[in-house]
Design a binder for this molecule. Structure first.
Ligand code: NAP
Length: 259
């Protein structure tokens, strides 16, 4: 299917690996020029070079931490005229409700709620002026059903979801859509780090930890960054203009809800 977005320009935050990279790859395959970002520059430059050569698109890179004010300024400078925004950043660490202090919450809110909000605030006006735009926020299945050890993530991402629910309706009259993608478990470094915690805690191997987790998913496997990216690219396509303010679960059926 032609997604109808060849020649558009997208900012994909936190995109040198994992789900962000999956989104960048799928957009590049659709002919979209990119601004890619991550804190480390090695993987970022390597992936940017690969996408340029595989898809013939322009890729600008900005190596910085998107959760800081300085990082946001650098990325927004490079991305002023984008048509598409994909927000993403690392997730907060797991833990126990009793151990989290105010500073832990502020960090999580900054990274997973206020950072995507800052990008939307900066870049939505340009999209609205053009009468076309797409925003996809990478959140988590924990928005639909809590993951107890990820209380910081549950809290911050639910706040973002509330903000998007209202804002998506305010920008839709200008041809701009905002939607959230809710990943369940995907085979990325983040999943490895969660699984290694479980393996250490239960005294089992990584393979056993992965197999145990996969067994709890109706699809009996982890998702891949490529299928995640393909869904993101569809939400950014010309065909998705009537999808507004939705929270789309990509979790192999893991979240046991009817709707
Ligand atoms: P990942 O494999 O660890 O990749 C994270 C990517 O983001 C890397 O490119 C990393 O590069 C970059 N990054 C992290 N923090 C950043 C920051 N502050 N500023 C700029 N770039 C940053 O993670 P993932 O699995 O793709 O997860 C992406 C998001 O989805 C996370 O918020 C995660 O919690 C959430 N999620 C993931 C899963 C899953 O199963 N994978 C499930 C639910 C939710 P640098 O380290 O070089 O910065």
């Amino acid at each position: 299917m032609d997604l109808g977005i060849r020649g558009k320009r997208a900012l994909v935050c936190a995109s040198s690996k994992g789900l962000g990279l999956g989104c960048a790859e799928a957009l590049a395959a659709a002919g979209v020029n990119l601004v890619m970002n991550a804190r480390g520059s090695d993987a970022l430059e390597a992936e940017a070079a690969r996408l340029r050569s595989e898809h013939g698109v322009e890729v600008q890179t900005v190596a910085c931490d998107v959760t800081t004010a300085e990082g946001q300024e650098q990325v927004i400078d490079a991305a002023q005229d984008v048509d598409i925004l994909v927000t993403n950043a690392g997730g907060p660490p797991p833990g126990m409700w009793l151990d989290w202090e105010r500073d832990d919450f502020i960090k999580a809110l900054d990274a997973n709620m206020l950072t995507p909000i800052a990008f939307m605030k900066a870049l939505l006006p340009g999209m609205m002026d053009k009468g076309w735009g797409r925003v996809v926020n990478i959140t988590s299945q924990s928005v639909r059903a809590p993951i107890a050890v990820l209380g910081l993530s549950n809290a911050a991402r639910t706040g973002l979801t509330g903000y998007v629910a209202g804002t998506a309706r305010q920008v839709a009259p200008h041809g701009v859509t905002i939607n959230n993608l809710l990943p369940g478990i995907h085979a990325t470094d983040r999943a490895d780090s969660l699984d290694s915690g479980v393996a250490a805690q239960q005294g089992i191997t990584m393979d056993e930890a992965r197999a145990n987790r996969a067994a709890t998913i109706p699809a009996r496997r982890y998702g891949s960054r490529l299928e995640f990216g393909a869904t993101c690219a569809f939400l950014c396509s010309q065909h998705a203009g009537f999808i507004v303010g939705q929270n789309i679960l990509l979790d192999g059926g893991a979240t046991n809800v009817t709707m």
